[in-house]
Design a protein around this ligand. Structure first.
Ligand code: URA
Length: 243
């Protein structure tokens, strides 16, 4: 990897400001391969150098990958003048790194949302060519049945004439005028699941994404909570998506 200034590196990781890095270097709080570095402008290769900052080892990761349980009422965007976005739910250091949501969930949809600062992966995952199963749990008004399951399997035509790829509709329960269903799609058209169900006369009341490709929403995450992906999850994601 290319070398970069130690103060810039520490700042980009959200560990401190440039000024704090300079001050830490002056008081001997930055070690490079075990040796005190008093020059905050010194260039290092973070992949082959052991860095310690204020007594803590600095674990450099080229990219960061986050799983969030997106709550209702929050935009899948990096910023908005008036409304809260998913970036507002993360510490500021992630914004500084350039973290962004991979694709989007509607404001009124909750569930699994992945975020990263890995532009290439984000691009690959949101490309229309990229076919990965996304599973949603929906509560829809109306009684869905076998004819709807078949229509999904054949590929729904939306009310505006848009053709969707074949998808899976599983009916978990039908009661008191509502259908509790799982919908698996491989696309990410605008409001796709809502529009697919609406085209069958079953407007969505609640929608939650449960999984995307190999990753399932961690049941320990409450709405609004997040965590970084484990090394195993990152490997699964990259293996699944590298073309
Ligand atoms: N389909 C929708 O209609 N909304 C979402 O947020 C995701 C898929």
């Amino acid at each position: 990897m290319a070398t970069q200034r130690i103060d810039k590196l520490l700042t980009s990781m959200g560990l401190c400001s440039r000024k704090e890095a300079t001050a830490a270097a002056k008081r001997g709080a930055i070690l490079i391969d075990g040796v005190v570095c008093r020059d905050a402008s010194k260039k290092v290769d973070p992949e082959s150098t052991q860095i310690s900052f204020c007594g803590q080892p600095v674990c450099y990761q080229t990219h960061v990958y986050i799983m969030m349980h997106k709550p209702l009422g929050v935009l899948s965007a990096t910023e908005d003048r008036e409304q809260k976005t998913v970036l507002d739910l993360l510490p500021a250091s992630y914004r500084k790194r350039g973290v962004f949501p991979i694709g989007r969930l509607d404001k009124d949809t909750s569930g699994l949302l992945l975020l990263t600062d890995d532009g290439a992966l984000g691009h690959a995952l949101t490309s229309p060519k990229h076919a990965v199963d996304k599973v949603y749990h929906a509560e829809a008004e109306g009684l869905l049945g076998d004819a709807d399951v078949q229509a999904f399997a054949q590929g729904i035509t939306l009310r505006d004439g848009t053709r969707c790829r074949p998808a899976k509709l599983e009916i978990r329960a039908v009661r008191e005028g509502y259908s509790d269903v799982l919908v698996t799609v491989q696309e990410g058209k605008y409001h796709q699941v809502r529009r697919m169900l609406a085209s069958r006369g079953a407007p969505v009341k609640t929608l939650e994404r449960l999984s995307e490709g190999p990753l399932r929403l961690d049941a320990a995450l409450q709405p609004g909570q997040w965590r970084e992906l484990t090394q195993e999850e990152i490997a699964l994601l990259l293996a699944h998506h590298v073309t």
